[in-house]
Design a protein around this ligand. Structure first.
Ligand code: GAR
Length: 202
């Protein structure tokens, strides 16, 4: 059988980006990797149902149960290594990872962020807050970015970006949906395929 990169996806919430990745594997957009594991840091996240519906194994690992950030990350590393993970995708994963974790998987973790980095990113910018900030600033164009994850929040090398127009009357919720539909759900699967194919060459 042809070798594929083992992909693990880390989630915290609704999991629409996870769904986009599942659909992209089904349709063949992602063909150099296969989604092997989903890990949520929140019990009851709807993303876990999406994984179950697609027949993908999932785990819940919470910082609270682990007791500390370090113990939480150790548990994540153990689960990721047990699954022989080649590529980790942060798809709406709302927890900042330490340098110990990111350097363990150097150039093997990617994240989707709902703005054009370096605007509206870094600590405190996540989910709807990013869109609130873009609207408060009055920018006319926003978008999404997929980047490698290093020890600086949203600071790793950029892989793909896509711009999205802001329209009169946008609310954070309306803008979030447009950025997901027009950018995130397209560039995240594309980057997952690109990085998987590169990893197989190494
Ligand atoms: C997405 O918009 C994602 O880009 C964002 O959270 C949302 C998760 O939605 N991530 C961040 O803000 C990370 N800094 P989803 O659970 O439906 O994929």
């Amino acid at each position: 059988m042809e070798r594929k990169a083992n992909i693990a996806i880390l989630v915290s919430g609704g999991g629409t980006n996870l769904q986009a990745l599942i659909d992209a594997e089904k349709s063949g957009i992602i063909h150099s990797g296969r989604i092997k594991l989903v890990i949520s840091n929140k019990a009851g996240a709807y993303a876990l149902e999406r994984a179950a519906n697609a027949g993908i194994s999932s785990l819940v690992i919470t910082k609270k149960e682990a007791g500390s950030q370090e113990a939480f990350e150790d548990k994540l590393i153990e689960a990721l290594e047990n699954a022989e993970t080649d590529l980790i995708i942060l798809a709406g994963f709302m927890s900042i990872l330490s340098e110990k974790f990111t350097s363990h998987f150097e150039k093997r973790i990617i994240n989707v962020h709902p703005s054009l980095i370096p605007s509206f990113c870094g600590e405190g910018f996540y989910g709807l807050r990013v869109h609130e900030a873009a609207l408060a600033k009055g920018v006319k164009v926003t978008g999404a970015t997929v980047h490698f994850v290093n020890e600086i929040p949203d600071g790793g090398e950029i892989i793909l970006q896509k711009a999205v127009e802001i329209q009169d009357g946008d609310t954070p919720e309306i803008l979030q949906k447009r950025v997901m539909e027009q950018a995130e759900w397209i560039i995240l699967p594309a980057a997952a395929e690109f990085v998987s194919s590169k990893l197989l060459l190494n």
